[in-house]
Write a protein that binds this ligand. Structure first.
Ligand SMILES: [Ca+2]
Ligand SMILES: [Ca+2]
Ligand SMILES: [Ca+2]
Ligand SMILES: [Ca+2]
Ligand SMILES: [Zn+2]
Length: 384
């Protein structure tokens, strides 16, 4: 038992360190690693995704719109998909935001959202079906559990559930926040830096960590440099460089402008990797005002994907420091959006098709749960 606790603590530390220092590539030991299939999984490229989204939109124009919310430094469109009935109109329905690929090298993240978009539009008009031919209808929803004990997991989900989510909410999806980063397979975007504070006349390096570039207590770096890893976040060559000033980057500015024009209640930002669920605050061990609500929603997601809901800020942050400039903090503090980070999988881009496809399918269940919870979340924000 003692050994088990020690192992769990060590694993948690590794997970956390891998969040802080992902380029060092600390990987979590995985028991029973499956032998890799001969064929590696093919991830969507940016042009492939662009084509797919246009095709889907043309074929499902009643429930899907596609717009560019901005352009990257290299001129690529940042695509935003909206799924809802009467998608062209802004209806009085809860807004749900899903984002991925703030970090372009985290391929699992956008793959999960592309899969989700496809799954939703392709199943929207289907009637309830006995998908596995066992004479029971919808007996095994996507919740990671073999509800009917037949040896298959989640093989007969509800078709109604998809229609209900699309009909009753407005689902906004930005599958690649950093298309340039995706194309370059880079944690940072590809815009040039002119010194750490933007004052050099020459290009000194390239790229900003977009999930440090949101306007979130920017000044705290100067007051608590050690606590917030001043060097790592403020030197332009660093993999975590935050940029010369808040919202200096096209991508974060695009997200900001988009979010400010919408009524969004809850959001989920996908990253990879670690199999953990995180929520604000990201910079302090203090609880956010809605700590209980975060835990409630987080625990329900954790039941579906079996990820670790990270609640140990008061232990980790005083020892290892906090993160400033994250989308999560900004969305929550400035926009009142209940915002989560989902760190998918055990690699940036699993090559085993089984690993990535099961994450894609399982997170359809997570995302549907978030849509359903959004129906009551504004009331819950008031009461908790
Ligand atoms: Ca069935
Ligand atoms: Ca079914
Ligand atoms: Ca089953
Ligand atoms: Ca199930
Ligand atoms: Zn990330």
């Amino acid at each position: 038992m003692k050994e088990k606790i020690v192992t769990i603590i060590i694993l948690m530390l590794l997970v956390f360190l891998s969040l802080l220092y992902p380029t060092i590539g600390i990987s979590i030991p995985i028991k029973n690693i499956k032998t890799l299939n001969n064929s590696e999984y093919h991830y969507f490229t940016y042009p492939e995704m662009t084509d797919l989204l246009h095709n889907l939109q043309e074929n499902h124009s009643d429930i899907m719109t596609l717009e560019s919310i901005g352009e990257t430094y290299l001129g690529r469109d940042i695509w935003m998909v909206k799924l809802s009935d009467n998608a062209q109109q802004n209806e009085n329905e809860p807004g749900v935001l899903f984002m991925a690929a703030h970090h372009g090298n985290e391929k699992a993240s956008f793959e999960v959202l592309i899969y989700f978009i496809r799954h939703m539009v392709n199943n929207y008009s289907k009637v309830n079906t006995d998908d596995d031919g066992d004479d029971l209808i919808n007996e095994d929803p996507i919740d990671g559990i073999d509800n009917d004990d037949d040896g298959f997991i989640d093989e007969d989900p509800s078709e109604d559930r998809i229609r209900d989510a699309i009909d009753n909410t407005q689902i906004f999806i930005i599958p690649m926040v950093s298309p340039d980063g995706v194309v370059a397979n880079s944690r940072k975007n590809c815009a040039p830096n002119y010194g750490s504070f933007g004052r050099s006349s020459e290009i000194t390096s390239y790229g900003v960590n977009l999930n440090r570039n949101y306007d979130d207590n920017w000044f705290l770096y100067y007051i608590f440099p050690t606590h917030y890893h001043f060097t790592m976040n403020t030197l332009d060559q660093s993999f975590n460089y935050r940029g010369p000033y808040p919202f200096s980057e096209n991508e974060t500015m695009a997200v900001k402008n988009f979010v400010e024009g919408q009524d969004i209640s809850i959001s989920l930002s996908f990253h990879s990797f670690s199999e953990v669920i995180i929520y604000p605050w990201m910079h302090t061990s203090k609880d956010a005002p809605h700590e209980e609500l975060f835990i409630s929603v987080g625990e329900n997601m954790s039941r579906i994907n079996n990820y670790y809901l990270y609640t140990g800020r008061n232990y980790i942050i005083p020892r290892y420091g906090g993160t400033l400039g994250s989308s999560e903090n900004w969305l929550y503090r400035e926009q009142g959006i209940l915002s989560f980070t989902m760190e998918l999988c055990r690699e940036y881009a699993p090559s085993n098709p089984d690993d990535i496809l099961s994450a894609c399918y399982n997170h359809v269940g997570v995302n549907l749960y978030i849509c359903e919870r959004s129906l009551v979340i504004e009331e819950e924000k008031l009461s908790l």
